[in-house]
Design a binder for this molecule. Sequence first.
Ligand SMILES: [Zn+2]
Ligand SMILES: [Zn+2]
Length: 313
Amino acid sequence: MNSGVVMDFFIVLFERFIDKFIGLYSNSWQEILFFMAILMLVFTLLMLVEVVKSGYEGSTLRRLLRLERNIVNDLISFLITHSSLMVFLAAIMSLGSTHIIAKGIRDLLSFDLSLYLPGFLHFIVFFVVLDFFNYWVHRFMHEVPYLWHIHKYHHSAVEMNFVTVSRDHPVERAIGVLATALAIGLTGVPSENYVLFSLLFSTYGFLKHGSFNLSWGWFGKYVFQSPKDHWIHHSNLKEHCDKNYANNFAVWDHVFGTYYQGDVINKKIGLPSEDFSKHNIFQLIWCFYWDFIMSIYFSIRRKAMVVFNKIKV
Ligand SMILES: [Zn+2]
Ligand SMILES: [Zn+2]
């Protein structure tokens, strides 16, 4: 048995584990390939529109042709995200914990609004509930110090292009499984066609990370977060980075007071004091993961010392 066969065995084992216990990832290889083919078509068309609308300088096409470290990292991240490798990494790096909690949530909560609502309405309710949880996951990622180590991965991009949307750390994906499980537990699994929906929102994700700089007026401010507002979220100014957490619906930022109301424009993307442009994607995934584990370890050790000293006294 060579190491490739062993690896394949573990990947299959983990996929079965997740399919059996969670049931959230059930796409076949054929479905994934079909989805990727359509996505590539949309991606190519959008790339051409971006060049026409916003110019070649700063466009995704130019970055792809120059193939610098940042976009190579984004491309590898895109491949990982859209393959079963992400499921595997998410399960391994979270030690299976979030998947097991997700199963607990789904066992505990089993409301099914499809019994009361027509298909499309049920789907909308599910999507709004999921987006609400994703707002809070994103906010916790910024405001809980352990989790910020993980989310830094998304913000480590030093320039933006369509593919930056895929820069999600496997642990962030694993935590995202909890948000999905909660939304499913509270509303039921929608029966609507997910492929069209996924395509629409992948396109929206590309738009938000491209150089379109669109604000979409009131629609971008209050309904769907505009590309301009997501650029503000990626800005390397601290007051920008901790604003505009919405994944889709901008309204959450208004309701919970995190919408950026100022008018400071900053074109620089990334983190204020650190430059990750020289690291490859695997170094980034690993170093942020290590910081995450060590910050939890030191926090537990500090608390244990306090308890230990109290007992001694
Ligand atoms: Zn963020
Ligand atoms: Zn982003």
